[in-house]
Design a protein around this ligand. Structure first.
Ligand code: ARG
Length: 268
């Protein structure tokens, strides 16, 4: 019995030694009397409005998946922190960060000067632009043409902002929805005649949720929007780690791989 135990123990030690090779941990356990190792770092809570395919959505098993999710997972791995994702409605998402209920946000969030006043953003990880969705037969060639239509937007988004500028913020022709899919559903149902939202989401929705009948209209007057990961204002330490992680996954090709798996090989 002793001999078998000794062999097993030796095997175990060998396995531990191999497992330990990749990590930068001391080879030996701390001796009695040495101060306890620091408590493991807290798992950081990531807020995301998971109704935004292909950036963030919930799959059949209730897991939060998407391009943003893969990017943040890779960033966390690179920078050495742990994350868990919590579905957080867009309406309260910025508040949840300010209150400290979420440590960071990834939600296809466009970096804007206004938002910069109340939160800090990582370097940008994705470029987007507004895109107009209308029925195929709608006589719409550019943004100005939607002036006479009922227009659906997701409340409080950059789409809401540009449409508000064109039509007037309090124009009742603007229908504001809790989520972008709800606005697009209303377009299908005929309750609105146009939707203005981020290009990636509009294209994905029309291709996967409608049987055709809708087209997109782009307009060069829409500015390029940069998505960033948000942290609470002043959380410079976390921000630095996120940026370090983003640089790391760009440098080692992980970002390009993730990008290609969602959008094809063209990676920025
Ligand atoms: N990029 C737009 C904005 O920042 C829309 C983002 C909406 N994201 C979401 N997951 N619902 O305003």
């Amino acid at each position: 019995i002793n001999r078998r135990f000794a062999l097993t123990a030796a095997g175990l030690l060998a396995a531990l030694a191999i497992a330990g090779c990749g990590k930068q941990e001391p080879a030996s356990a701390p001796a009695a009397g040495t101060p306890a190792a620091p408590a493991p770092a807290r798992v950081l809570v990531v807020g995301t409005d998971a109704a935004y395919t292909p950036f963030e959505s919930q799959n059949d098993r209730g897991e939060i998946v998407g391009f943003d999710i893969d990017v943040v997972k890779a960033v966390a791995q690179k920078a050495g922190f742990e994350v868990k994702f919590v579905n957080t409605p867009w309406e309260g998402i910025f508040n949840s960060l300010a209150q400290g209920d979420r440590d960071l946000l990834v939600s296809a969030i466009t970096i804007t000067d206004e938002r910069r006043q109340t939160m800090d953003f990582s370097q940008s990880y994705f470029d987007a632009r507004q895109l107009i969705a209308v029925r195929n037969d709608a006589p719409i060639a550019r943004f100005e043409d939607i002036k006479t239509l009922k227009v659906g937007v997701q409340n409080g988004t950059t789409g809401d902002e540009v449409v508000g500028k064109l039509l007037g913020k309090s124009n009742t022709a603007i229908k504001r929805f809790e989520s972008t899919p709800l606005a697009l559903k209303e377009l299908e149902a005929g309750g609105v005649q146009a939707v203005v939202a981020d290009n990636g989401v509009v294209v994905h929705y029309l291709a996967n949720n409608t049987a055709g009948g809708f087209k997109t209209v782009s307009d060069t007057s829409f500015p390029v929007e940069k998505y960033g990961i948000a942290v609470k204002k002043g959380n410079a330490e976390l921000l630095a780690r996120i940026n370090q992680g983003l640089e790391g996954i760009r440098a080692d090709g992980t970002y390009a791989k993730i990008y290609a798996s969602y959008f094809g090989s063209e990676s920025k």
